[in-house]
Design a protein around this ligand. Structure first.
Ligand SMILES: [Zn+2]
Ligand SMILES: [Zn+2]
Length: 415
């Protein structure tokens, strides 16, 4: 479930409604495009209602951790996966509600900025333990918890959602609904435990212009990698701003092809004697589709650069990795019908082990126990845009025949 966020346009100040994972902001009023750049997790607050309690020094923000993404687990017998979507209390020293329920979906969230009045309570539990608990809450563990070998969180969006509360004569009041929250507490406790807004939380806006030639970059919503129409470079939005990414594209006979993005990631696995395609074939007992011409080359994985449901994601990564010799790659250039890349490079890297496990499913006994020891080094990622033919129901990759349901892509847009 996507939350919506009320966002002021940095150019003209108009209020715009965004999805929570949107990074590309096109103002319908002044037509200026910007990217939102945040260091670390995004921070939002539920809106403070008008209130009789209203002095800023009595307003506190209680953190909830919001996680949404896919969790993959490998045990000795199988790989299981599911979507986790959870919002849990991060400050556990007082008896606040354990979750925000449906409220974040029912109201527009506001981004926390240096103009947000009030003080912020800290996390008292580690984000990792919230994620682990979220994974355990899932039905995966009933079958696979005991001998779990590897777990990965992929395509995750991790954010803070704050519940604003007033402190009024030792009573706490939910500042969204103006209703009392919990019994009295020592007067100074919240003041002592909280801190003001931290400058590093502030989001920046950068103009959506190609850093190399100044041309306007096109994108929408949660799109994270944008090719420049003018100079054919490609740019990934990261916490450091726009970073150039190497990119290649397949060849197509089809003038109406739709182009889907993938991360082609090469990596070494030192100590495993397992670095080139021939090793990979030996260890996984798989044939590479399309022959052996790259057999002595470094092993590369082909991971979707778009979000789809976890089962499809892994299937697609496996099939594309095994079919990679068929893609006829050349320099990337801007085209029409390019599907937005909304899975960042760093998330795709998290998928390497599960993709390896998935392609090695014929040889689990030998490969799965190695997973915890594998360390990838020398990782290099290239964005690939590959041509898919639209047969009405599926997108079908032109060279390999790998099919992706159109409804699967639509669902992936909202995960
Ligand atoms: Zn504007
Ligand atoms: Zn350019």
């Amino acid at each position: 479930m996507d939350f919506s966020v009320e966002q002021g346009c940095p150019q003209c100040g108009a209020s715009i409604s965004l999805g929570e994972s949107d990074r590309f902001l096109v103002c319908p009023f002044c037509n200026v495009s910007n990217y939102i750049v945040t260091q670390g997790a995004a921070r939002y607050t539920l809106p403070v209602a008008r209130s009789v309690y209203g002095e800023a020094e009595d307003l506190y923000f209680v953190p909830y951790i919001r996680f949404r993404g896919a969790v993959f687990q490998v045990n000795s017998k199988e790989i299981s996966q599911r979507v986790v979507d959870t919002t849990q209390l991060g400050f556990t020293d007082l008896n606040f509600p354990p979750s925000l329920g449906l409220r974040p979906q029912a109201m527009k969230l506001q981004r926390v900025t240096d103009e947000t009045a009030g003080r912020f309570l800290p996390l008292t539990i580690k984000v990792q333990s919230i994620l682990k608990r979220a994974a355990r809450l899932s039905d995966m563990d009933s079958s696979s918890g005991a001998d779990m070998i590897h777990r990965a969180f992929i395509g995750e969006s991790l954010s803070f959602i704050y519940l604003p509360v007033w402190q009024n004569d030792g009573t706490l009041i939910d500042a969204v609904t103006n209703t009392p929250l919990s019994p009295a507490l020592p007067d100074t406790l919240l003041a002592e435990r909280s801190s003001p807004f931290q400058p590093k939380w502030q989001s920046d806006f950068i103009a959506a212009l190609c850093p190399q030639c100044g041309w306007e970059l096109e994108g929408k919503g949660d799109c994270l990698v944008m090719p420049c129409r003018n100079c054919d470079t490609a740019w990934e939005l990261t916490s450091r701003g726009l970073v150039k990414v190497p990119w290649l594209q397949g060849t197509s006979q089809d003038n109406t092809a739709t182009w889907l993005p993938f991360w082609q990631i090469s990596a070494q696995m030192p100590g495993l004697n397992f670095n080139i395609c021939s090793d990979y074939i030996r260890v996984t007992s798989r044939e590479m589709v399309g022959g052996l011409k790259k057999i002595e080359e470094m092993m590369t994985f082909v991971i979707p650069a778009f979000k789809v449901r976890p089962k499809r994601f892994l299937q697609t990564a496996r099939k594309m990795t095994l079919a990679q010799q068929l893609f006829q790659l050349g320099p990337g250039r801007h085209m029409t019908r390019m599907y937005p890349a909304n899975l960042p490079r760093n998330e795709a890297r998290q998928a390497l082990k599960v993709t390896l496990a998935s392609t090695a499913s014929l040889n689990k006994k030998e490969v799965y126990p190695l997973l915890p020891r594998i360390r990838f080094t020398g990782i290099a990622a290239t964005l690939l845009y590959l041509p898919f033919h639209d047969d009405g129901h599926d997108f079908i990759q032109e060279q390999s025949g790998v099919a992706i349901g159109k409804n699967v892509l639509q669902m992936g847009r909202v995960l």
